[in-house]
Design a protein around this ligand. Structure first.
Ligand SMILES: [Fe+2]
Ligand SMILES: [Fe+2]
Length: 326
């Protein structure tokens, strides 16, 4: 964790203070000095997280008009709105690191920054809304709970609120699947099919295996990340197996079994070739997701302009009032 500029005594002192903050498990705040690489890592991670929240609205929003009841529609609308809110908190957290939201969105639209590959899979049936809530939001919580203790203050604080909302998302998905699992044969089959399609991509959400994860060691030293990809993936598998049992549905992995010695469930091999292909842009919906995002951004231009004009007007009025008061 040494900085290449430590020969400069001023930077050396700043670096020392930064390291002391980390060692004491205190938070690094926007005005504090931080190494450039720490800042760049956080910008990359928070931006990718923010992009995932707003792209993640698409697969589920696809079902709002077709939700089977008013209750389900209200729940789904609330959930999709929450994801928009998560995007806002996270773009706000990224801005405290000195980047502009407009630039981050450009990077997303031009394919220079990524979002989670999970959202490049299609939502084929209503049961997919349940499987996403249970598995995708469930995996997100497993990833994000430790981020509440991330060393960067604004990111950690955003995560506290995000995690509370994510746990509602996870439960609504589980409850939806439970209703289908207790329904007709066709409904049960639909729920099982959704789980069959979403299980493996959910495991991939934790990222590549530790041995192939280039950033993990540094991120853990900086206390941005608290656990490795494989540890978090294992935690998620251990949580899901008994939940699948209570649903009366099966996870599509014949190798899944309790390992007494390890005190964890073993699982079968993950198809990393598929993961890499989706990451490269060859997933079923990559193009569609980005195109829809670009279109939404273009169609929202007038809202951004109006908001900026309103803010200018407010500022001018305040300035005038101050002149009068003087
Ligand atoms: Fe979210
Ligand atoms: Fe969510």
């Amino acid at each position: 964790m040494t900085d290449p500029h430590t020969h400069d005594p001023h930077t050396a002192r700043l670096t020392e203070a930064f390291e002391r903050t980390l060692a004491a498990d205190e938070r690094v705040e926007p005005r504090d000095w931080m190494p450039d690489a720490y800042r760049a890592t956080l910008i990359r991670q928070i931006a990718q997280h923010a992009h995932s929240e707003i792209i993640g609205m698409q697969p589920e929003a696809n079902w709002i008009t077709r939700a089977p009841s008013l209750r389900r529609k209200a729940i789904l609308i609330a959930k999709v709105q929450d994801e928009a809110g998560h995007g806002l908190y996270l773009y706000g957290a990224a801005e405290t690191l000195g980047v502009a939201r407009a630039d981050l969105l450009d990077a997303l639209h031009e394919g220079r920054q990524r979002y989670s590959s999970i959202f490049n899979y299609p939502t084929l049936t209503w049961a997919d809304v349940g499987a996403i809530g249970w598995l995708v939001d469930g995996a997100a919580i497993t990833n994000q709970v430790p981020l509440c203790r991330c060393s960067y203050g604004p990111y950690a604080r955003a995560m506290v609120r995000v995690c509370k909302e994510e746990s509602f998302h996870q439960r609504q998905g589980y409850e939806l699947l439970l209703a289908l699992a207790r329904g007709t044969d066709a409904q049960r089959a639909m729920a099982q099919d959704a789980i069959d399609r979403w299980w493996w991509p959910s495991l991939m959400m934790f990222g590549p295996p530790d041995a192939e994860s280039p950033h993990t060691r540094q991120s853990m030293a900086w206390k941005i990340k608290r656990h490795s990809n494989d540890e978090l993936r294992q935690r998620f598998v251990d949580i899901c197996v008994p939940q699948a049992e209570s649903l009366g549905l099966t996870l599509p992995d014949p190798a899944l079994r309790w390992n007494e010695e390890r005190g964890h469930y073993d699982h079968g091999p993950i198809d990393w070739a598929e993961f890499k292909a989706v990451l490269r842009g060859a997933g079923p919906c990559n193009e569609q997701r980005l195109e829809q995002r670009r279109r939404a951004h273009a169609e929202g231009a007038w809202v951004r302009e109006a908001a900026a004009a309103h803010a200018d007007k407010q500022r001018e009025r305040r300035a005038e009032q101050e002149v009068v008061a003087v």
